[in-house]
Write a protein of this length. Sequence first.
Length: 129
Amino acid sequence: MPEPEEVWIPLVDEPIGSIVATLQAEHPEIDDLVSSPHKILAFRTFAYIRVGILLGQLLVEEDVPEYDGTETWIEALLREPRHKKAVVRELRAVAEEVATDPRYADDEKMGPDEEARRRFLEFARKQLD
């Protein structure tokens, strides 16, 4: 009997992952809330799920143009400002929930802190003078 094929399911369905990444980049306050490795992982996991559910609800509730090859139904929905705002609100809600979760209270932020940034800028200015 042949071996069963290994099935691998990616964590991110590309359209949703890229939507989350794009909107997260447009709203830096989200990054401020989820700036440690554990928080980022939790945020992305739940953001992908909740944004996917929200987009599915919008697809059922809203009329989208028939597919003509120019844009996906997600792009058509997000072209509408109120839908885009709803997705951003959902992302912020997920970020706030993760940020206030006591399990991540001791996580350190990724990257340098403000004091390290200040010291680097001072060093760079001296080097450039």
